[in-house]
Design a protein around this ligand. Structure first.
Ligand code: NAP
Length: 311
C-alpha cells in the first residue's frame, strides 16, 4: 500500500482522482492476467447474472462485461427475463458454481420482488462470490478469519482513503453515514480493521452534523443528494462520497439531469483535506475492485499466490 499520498491525489485541490487510481489498478490486473495466462495457462473468468431489464442495471452489467473482456478475462453474461422463476435463477447460479472456467459470479442487484435475494446470494459459492455478499465472506471480514472476498465499493473506498491519508489510519476518527449491507456495514468493518475509531450513522442518528464534524475520515453512502454540507466537515478531513444521485439540471436544457453525490461538493472542497468527486471518484473504483476480486478468486482457486494490485 502507498505510504505517502499518491500523485492521483491533487495536493492543492485535494481532489482524489478515482478514475486515475482505478485505471492504475485495472492496468495491474491486466498485466497479472497476462502473466497468469503465460505462466499457468489460466484465464480468470467472470460471470454476471442479470434478471430483468432495469436500465441502470443493464448499464452497470454492460460496463462490467466490457472491462472484463478488455482485461482478457473469460466473460459470461446471463440475462434472464424479469419473470424468471426463482428456481431457474438458482439453477443458473449452480451451473456457474460448477463451471471451472468461471472464477467469479456476480448477481446484479436488485432482483425482482418474487426472487429471494438472500437465497440467491447464499447460493453463490463463497470462493466465487466476487461481490463479497455471502454470509461466509461477511463473517470472515468481521472476524478477520480466513480469506474473505471484500465487497467492491467499500474495498475501493479503502484504497482511496489510503492514497489520501497514507498507510496508517490507526487511531483516526472515522464516520460512515449509511448502514447498508453492500456499502455502509462492510465499510465500517474495514475501517475498524485499520484501527480507526468508527461511528456508523443512519437515518435515526441524532445531530448527524456534530458527529460528522468529529471525523478525520468521512464516508457518505446515503443516497440523498448533497445532504452533507460543507460546514459539517472537520477542516482537513478526507471525504469519500459514495452517493450517486441523479438530479434535474434545467441549466443543461429541458429534461436534462446531472449526477451528484451525498456531499455538497463545492462547499466541502473548501474545508476538506481531500475529497472524491462525483462522478469520477468511487464509481470507477467499484468496477476496478470487481476485476481485482475476480483475479484474486482465480488465484485462490488454483492455489497460486495472490498479487497485490491495489498498492
Ligand atoms: P441504501 O441501502 O438505501 O442505504 C442508505 C443508508 O443511508 C441507510 O442506512 C439509511 O439509514 C441511511 N440514510 C438515509 N437517510 C438518511 C439520513 N437523512 N441521515 C442519515 N442516514 C440516512 O443505499 P446504498 O445501497 O448503501 O447506497 C448509498 C448510495 O451510494 C446511493 O446513492 C447509491 O447509488 C450509491 N452507491 C454507489 C456505488 C458506486 O459504485 N459509486 C455503489 C453502491 C452504492 P437507515 O438504515 O436508518 O434506513
Amino acid at each position: 500500500m502507498a505510504s505517502v499520498p499518491s500523485s492521483s491525489v491533487d495536493p492543492v485541490a485535494g481532489l482524489i482522482d478515482g478514475r486515475a487510481i482505478a485505471g492504475e489498478i485495472t492496468a495491474r490486473v491486466g498485466a497479472e492476467t497476462r502473466r497468469l495466462k503465460d505462466a499457468h495457462g489460466l484465464v480468470p473468468g467472470l460471470a454476471v447474472v442479470l434478471v430483468g431489464y432495469d436500465p441502470a442495471s443493464q448499464i452497470y452489467v454492460g460496463s462490467k462485461g466490457r472491462k472484463a473482456e478488455e482485461l482478457g478475462f473469460h466473460s459470461v453474461q446471463h440475462t434472464l427475463p424479469a419473470d424468471t422463476p426463482e428456481s431457474d435463477v438458482l439453477a443458473v447460479v449452480e451451473s456457474l458454481n460448477l463451471d471451472p472456467a468461471v472464477n467469479g459470479i456476480l448477481v446484479q442487484l436488485p432482483l425482482p420482488d418474487h426472487v429471494d435475494t438472500a437465497k440467491v446470494i447464499e447460493a453463490v459459492r463463497p470462493d466465487k462470490d466476487v461481490d463479497g455478499f455471502h454470509p461466509i465472506n461477511v463473517g470472515r471480514l468481521v472476524t478477520g478469519s480466513g480469506a474473505a472476498m471484500v465487497p467492491c465499493t467499500p474495498a475501493g473506498c479503502m484504497v482511496l482513503i489510503r492514497r489520501a491519508v497514507g498507510a496508517s489510519l490507526s487511531g483516526l476518527d472515522a464516520i460512515v453515514v449509511g448502514r447498508s449491507n453492500i456499502v455502509g456495514k462492510p465499510m465500517a468493518h474495514l475501517l475498524v480493521r485499520e484501527s480507526c475509531t468508527v461511528t456508523v450513522a443512519h437515518s435515526r442518528t441524532r445531530d448527524l452534523a456534530s458527529a460528522v464534524r468529529r471525523a478525520d475520515i468521512l464516508v457518505a453512502a446515503v443516497g440523498r443528494p448533497e445532504m452533507v454540507r460543507g460546514d459539517w466537515i472537520k477542516p482537513g478531513a478526507t471525504v469519500i462520497d459514495v452517493g450517486m444521485n441523479r438530479i434535474p439540471a434545467p441549466e443543461r436544457g429541458e429534461g436534462k439531469t446531472r449526477l451528484v453525490g451525498d456531499v455538497a461538493f463545492a462547499e466541502a472542497r473548501r474545508v476538506a483535506g481531500a475529497i472524491t468527486p462525483v462522478p469520477g471518484g468511487v464509481g470507477p473504483m467499484t468496477i476496478a475492485m470487481l476485476m481485482a476480486n475476480t483475479l484474486v478468486a482465480a488465484c485462490r482457486q488454483h492455489g497460486l499466490p495472490v498479487p497485490d494490485v491495489t498498492g
